[in-house]
Design a protein around this ligand. Structure first.
Ligand SMILES: CC(C)(COP(=O)(O)OP(=O)(O)OC[C@H]1O[C@@H](n2cnc3c(N)ncnc32)[C@H](O)[C@@H]1OP(=O)(O)O)[C@@H](O)C(=O)NCCC(=O)NCCS
Length: 152
């Protein structure tokens, strides 16, 4: 279950950021810098965007964000990171579905995401969940999913 990151989560988010740097995963996931200052800013953030995480055994097992509302966009951009030891467990799908629920509850009609073309696992995950390709540029693919609850 995803919760909103709060000031008490700063050390947890900071350790996750260290892992993202140490593993080189920032090559695939780079929505913002992975510094202590950034972790503090996120955990103290009170704006319209959402910074969420699932916590297991005293560490962040998955981290997700929905951004863009603060800048005035109607469509939020989604980002997801699953901690290495939780990959292949189904947590990625659950985290995506929770993020989507947060977006729909906040009135989003669709969600946007950007993924590197060579990030096969992420692409497979998004396609399976119903995201479709909107455009390709350089090494990136931009995808959207619509709020199916609004279609009927
Ligand atoms: C991308 C990420 C969230 C996926 O989570 P995961 O737990 O590793 O992925 P899953 O095991 O759920 O796999 C997702 C799907 O990819 C497919 N897949 C797995 N390995 C694959 C590979 N090498 N090539 C193609 N597809 C692959 C599987 O079919 C799987 O679907 P399944 O449930 O039918 O088996 C996670 O790897 C991660 O956080 N990576 C680093 C950060 C990142 O890339 N974030 C996304 C930025 S856009």
């Amino acid at each position: 279950m995803l919760i909103k990151l709060q000031p008490q989560h700063i050390p947890l988010l900071n350790s996750l950021f260290d892992k993202i740097i140490d593993t080189g995963d920032f090559e695939y996931f780079h929505p913002h810098p992975f510094t202590t200052e950034q972790a503090e800013q996120i955990c103290n953030y009170t704006g319209k965007d959402l910074y969420l995480a699932s916590i297991d055994n005293g560490k962040i097992s998955s981290y997700g964000l929905l951004r863009g509302w603060d800048e005035g966009f109607e469509i939020p951009s989604l980002g997801i990171y699953v901690e290495e030891t939780y990959r292949g467990t189904g947590l990625s799908k659950r985290t995506m579905e929770d993020l989507q629920d947060f977006a729909w509850k906040n009135g989003a009609k669709r969600i946007r995401l950007t993924v590197l073309k060579n990030n096969k696992k992420a692409l497979a995950l998004y396609q399976k969940l119903g995201y479709t390709i909107y455009k390709k540029y350089h090494n990136y693919v931009v995808m959207f999913i619509y709020n199916s609850l609004l279609k009927s």
